[in-house]
Design a protein around this ligand. Structure first.
Ligand SMILES: *Cc1c(COP(=O)(O)O)cnc(C)c1O
Length: 364
């Protein structure tokens, strides 16, 4: 079965366009919807690719605070905002189902197009409706670190005219090359290095440099799908249920081994999936993160509010208190296939030890 058919069945959509990656997919969706030179509402707690896609499509991102219960864009913040927006880009961040039905209703009421980004939430559901079935256009990624991870992405829609526009814009893009792949990799490495060196100081400190590099790297993202990803994506989609069950099993292991009132496992809404296992670390998150990385245990602290990497924080126009708090406390642990028994045991022990050493410091 080809991947368009598989995706169409999995996500209950009529039309599927395989794309070079999800960043390109988001650009294609915006262009095909006729959103250009406009303001696009996005949640602040996302990876840097989302605002980049908005910028590369000739639009301006407007960062909104998140709902602390599901980490999606806050429906209330959007409804009450004085800032006019022309499109909403909703993200199921961390595998967590955002309030996508309410967002769809709000967009309909205001006459705004809705793009659904389920790059890290493939397989998530709201009751019996799958993530990827809600947006005017919905975008998935098969890039590094996603639920199905091999390369490429896709844009899904039920609208035939929109699909033709998606195909037309995609047809204007160049083919995938190794050079483009390396260009994207270089930007992501640069981001990680800057992030790590500014973490705990002022993450806003490298925005000018990063924004310049990201915009310059734009052409590396904007390319077509490559058929070399057909077979691995098809296999990944066939094994999606097993993949998600394995993630849930490893997350449960972590939940049972982690014991401290200084940490809290993040609870996502029913129907969400485990992209990673997310902990809120009430004190000493940065120190704990660095300690785990020194011990070669892969963990991350995604996502600090993405506006920090694209503009001066002083120009902030909306309240981002909840995104800031999440960014300061979040620790993502690995639950994909690479997270073996050794990892789960070691990472839990290190975190428990760290927490009890912190507790002793404050106990008289
Ligand atoms: C990774 C990611 C993207 C970009 O995906 P690529 O395929 O790597 O371009 C977009 N949105 C979200 C929420 C992501 O996590």
């Amino acid at each position: 079965m080809n991947i368009s058919r598989q995706l169409s069945e999995l996500h209950q959509r009529k039309h599927v366009l395989p794309a070079g990656n999800a960043t390109a997919g988001l650009c294609l969706a915006l262009k095909a919807l006729g959103v250009e030179g406009k303001k696009v509402a996005i949640p602040a707690s996302v990876c840097v690719n989302v605002p980049l896609a908005v910028l590369l499509s000739g639009n301006e991102p407007v960062f909104f605070d998140i709902d602390p219960k599901d980490f999606g864009i806050s429906v209330e913040a959007l409804r009450q905002s004085q800032e006019r927006v022309d499109c909403v880009l909703a993200v199921h961040a961390y595998g967590s189902m955002c309030r996508i039905e309410e967002l769809a209703a709000l967009c309909k009421e205001k006459g705004l197009p809705l793009i659904e980004d389920f790059a890290v939430a493939q397989g998530a559901r709201l009751q019996d409706r799958p993530a990827g079935s809600f947006g005017d256009a919905s975008v998935v990624s098969f890039g590094a670190g996603k639920i199905v991870s091999c390369g490429g992405g896709a844009v899904l829609t039920d609208d035939k005219a929109l699909f033709s526009e998606l195909e037309r814009h995609d047809g204007l893009l160049p083919d995938f090359t190794q050079e483009k792949h390396d260009g994207v990799g270089a930007l992501m490495r640069e981001f990680k290095i800057s992030y790590n060196s500014w973490l705990g100081k002022d993450l806003n400190g490298f925005w000018k440099e990063f924004r310049r590099s990201a915009l310059a790297a734009g052409p590396h993202f904007l390319h077509r799908y490559s058929p070399q990803w057909d077979a691995p994506i098809a296999a990944g989609l066939s094994g999606l249920d097993e993949n998600l069950k394995g993630r849930a099993r490893r997350a449960e292991r972590l939940r049972r081994s982690l014991k401290s009132e200084l940490i809290e496992a993040v609870a996502a809404p029913e129907g969400s999936v485990y992209w990673r296992f997310n902990l809120r670390v009430r004190r000493g998150r940065n120190e704990l993160l660095k300690r785990l990385l020194r011990k070669k245990l892969p963990v991350s602290s995604w996502h600090a509010p993405a506006d920090l990497f694209y503009r001066d924080r002083k120009e902030r126009r909306t309240d981002l208190t909840r995104s800031d708090a999440l960014g300061a406390e979040l620790l993502n642990l690995w639950v994909d296939e690479a997270a073996g028994e050794d990892y789960l045991v070691s990472v839990s022990r290190e975190i428990n030890d760290f927490c009890s050493s912190l507790k002793q410091e404050v106990t008289p």
